[in-house]
Design a protein around this ligand. Sequence first.
Ligand code: HEM
Length: 146
Amino acid sequence: MLWIKAFHIVFIASWFAGLFYLPRIFVNLAQIPADVPADSQKERERLLLMARKLLKFTTLLAVPALVSGLWLWLGYGIGRGPGNGWLHAKLLVVLLAVGYHHVCARVLRKFSENRNTRSHVWFRWFNEVPVFLLTAAAILVVVKPF
Ligand code: HEM
């Protein structure tokens, strides 16, 4: 069980590294003017390529992160039964994290089609969301407040 938990933490950290960095690229992309001058076109293509590769990698890491969590819960029975409100709250955080991941994929599609309307300031705030999600999940699973 401890091996699964160790890899759960490793894959969670790797998944969130992608969720932290991807919006950073969006901040940079949002600073390139819509009517992209020639010299910025290269910069834009480079950022889009980086974001596509990073999204693919982040998605690949999300799968073992979630599977190992399900294994701890359903396989080893950790958090099952009454008095484990912490896991139910944590599953809500997990759903929000998966939702955030999905929104990042949609945002990247919009940038690829030059249809983004959000400012770089908006993306700076958007970038803070995974910080709150990871903090909430870590407190729930380590402290188990309820
Ligand atoms: C399907 C999703 C997930 C499930 C079912 C799940 C379930 C679990 C379970 C049952 C444990 C063991 C708790 C214990 O031994 O006391 C655990 C550990 C942990 N989980 Fe998850 N988890 C999931 C996703 C996540 C996510 C998204 C995060 C972070 C954002 C996360 C962070 C952690 C951490 C940090 C630990 C280690 C806690 C410790 O060592 O005491 N998990 N998880």
